[in-house]
Design a protein around this ligand. Structure first.
Ligand SMILES: [Zn+2]
Length: 211
């Protein structure tokens, strides 16, 4: 989680992590026989502070045990890490991150259910200024927590979706209607795909109808 706004204090539970792991494992074809151990070992890297090196080495160990092919992951690595000297490591890192992002989505969505009396709406934020193929046209969409759109277009069901939700109070919604919400405006990566550190933001109007 590179965006500090997405860091929340509650730890991930093993149940949430397992749900995310199974979702991704089905999608990328991790053999059933490896799953229990793989999941357990990967979950252990999320205790206290996530240790990305340990996480990547766990994923590498398991994906080396079978003929692992993941078309979407290959596309992602070639788009974002084309000049990487160690693409296999990037691939393992990507898969580990995808599972963890998915687990955080599950955790956060459960939390939004619990807090919906105070925060009745969810606002969809794209990741930086990237467009997401799952949420095309839904940038800065605000809908009630229980709106069917959030079920039909869940977050982090693709490695290309790095969107996040923020919970919104009615008062905040009124403000966003008038002023818009702050988001990233211009490219923040250099020609090697690394963050430049320059972040330009501007106000975007919110949307209240699904695309
Ligand atoms: Zn998305």
């Amino acid at each position: 989680m590179s965006d500090s706004q997405t860091v929340m204090p509650d730890p991930l539970t093993e149940t949430q992590f397992k749900e995310a792991f199974e979702f991704v494992a089905d999608q990328v074809g991790i053999p059933q026989v490896l799953r229990a151990e793989f999941c357990k070992e990967l979950f252990s890297t999320t205790k206290a502070v996530i240790d990305p090196r340990k996480q990547t080495s766990v994923v590498e160990k398991y994906i080396n045990l079978f003929d692992f092919r993941w078309e979407e992951g290959s596309r992602f690595v070639s788009m974002y890490h084309a000049k990487s000297r160690n693409p296999r490591k990037q691939y393992a890192e990507l898969l580990g991150n995808y599972i963890i992002f998915r687990a955080y989505f599950i955790r956060n969505f459960e939390k939004h259910q619990r807090t919906k009396l105070v925060f009745p709406y969810l606002l969809l934020h794209p990741f930086m200024n990237e467009s997401c193929p799952v949420h095309v046209g839904a940038e800065y969409l605000v809908l009630p927590v229980d709106h069917i759109y959030w079920k039909q277009h869940e977050l982090v069901t693709s490695v290309f979706c790095r969107c996040r939700h923020s919970p919104v109070r009615l008062k905040e919604l009124e403000k966003y209607r008038k002023e818009g919400v702050s988001g990233y405006d211009s490219p923040v990566y250099d020609e090697n795909g690394r963050p430049t550190g320059h972040i330009h933001t501007k106000l975007f109007p919110i949307k209240e109808t699904p695309p």
